[in-house]
Write a protein of this length. Structure first.
Length: 294
């Protein structure tokens, strides 16, 4: 009939299609979320199961949960308190964060705000180090630290953080600093500020999103680092959490206490989560203001 829209068209049909599309999008997002969170849920359930049921049982959560897997935090492993592993990882993680923020921000300021001969070449060479695999440098670095008598200390793990060897974070901060108006530097120089004062009082506060992003990723990388502590730390009393988990294995390389190992793995997630939640608000606030305040 004239004036009557064809079937399947019109505002009502469009609204139905919009709701169907939105429902499908949300269902797909829930499926992806379930896949991502399944390992975490499995670890949570397994931490309350006896060791013999962790491999054989197909249920996520036990019918009769137990707390004996968490007794290792009081008993320790090989006469070493598990909390000692957490203290070592916390020292390594926070030391890495401080080193990266100080050294990488200073280096980034030099590349982004100071004109000097060979700046672009040095910056390109630094970015080129990202192409070098970590394992290529492992042997020469170990030989160097061994001759210096620094093996079995945290120095080989931390010294690179204080020398701006983390090229990715330098690149991240350089790109952020280059977007800051140079009029800020010129105004500061008219007030008698030098490079150090400009760096500390103007550039660093405006680079808070980049600094916090670098801090979050640095802490997570250091907390989860396994290869570095495995190579340079020899005494169990200096082990980090990642190496402490390895001590649950027996002489055949098979975990002798699955329950205790998984319980420790679950607790090891807590500091990383708390660190991220503590700085998430500052990261979002800094990005919302685009680094500039009126």
């Amino acid at each position: 009939m004239p004036g009557v829209p064809p079937s399947g068209t019109g505002p009502l049909a469009a609204a139905h299609r919009g709701r169907a599309g939105s429902l499908g999008w949300h269902l797909g997002a829930l499926v992806i979320l379930a896949v991502i969170l399944y390992p975490v849920v499995w670890v949570m359930g397994a931490s309350f199961k006896p060791s013999k049921d962790i491999i054989n049982s197909l249920t996520l959560f036990p019918a009769d949960p137990i707390l004996s897997n968490f007794r290792g935090f009081a008993d320790g492993i090989a006469d070493i308190s598990i909390w000692r592993f957490f203290q070592n990882s916390l020292f390594y993680g926070l030391g890495s964060v401080v080193g990266v923020l100080i050294s990488c921000s200073l280096t980034s300021y030099a590349f982004a705000r100071i004109r000097f001969a060979g700046r672009n070449l040095l910056f390109s060479l630094m970015i080129g180090t990202l192409l070098l695999p970590y394992h290529v440098l492992l042997i020469p670095q170990y030989v160097m630290f061994q001759k210096l008598g620094l093996v079995n200390t945290y120095t080989p793990l931390l010294i690179g953080k204080y020398l701006a060897t983390e090229a990715f974070f330098v690149f991240l901060m350089v790109q952020f600093m280059r977007n800051l108006p140079r009029e800020l530097d010129e105004a500061a120089r008219l007030d008698g500020c030098g490079h150090l004062r400009i760096y500390w009082s103007i550039v660093l506060p405006l680079c808070r999103p980049a600094l916090i992003t670098s801090a979050i990723f640095t802490f997570i990388n250091a907390w989860n680092d396994f290869m570095g502590p495995l190579i340079y730390l020899n005494e169990p009393g200096k082990y980090t959490v990642s190496l402490g988990l390895m001590m649950f294995r027996d002489s055949d390389g098979v975990a002798a206490n699955y329950g205790g190992m998984i319980a420790m793995s679950l607790v090891a997630l807590v500091p990383v989560l708390l660190f991220f939640l503590a700085f998430q608000r500052y990261l979002i606030d800094g990005m919302a203001t685009s680094g500039l305040k009126g």
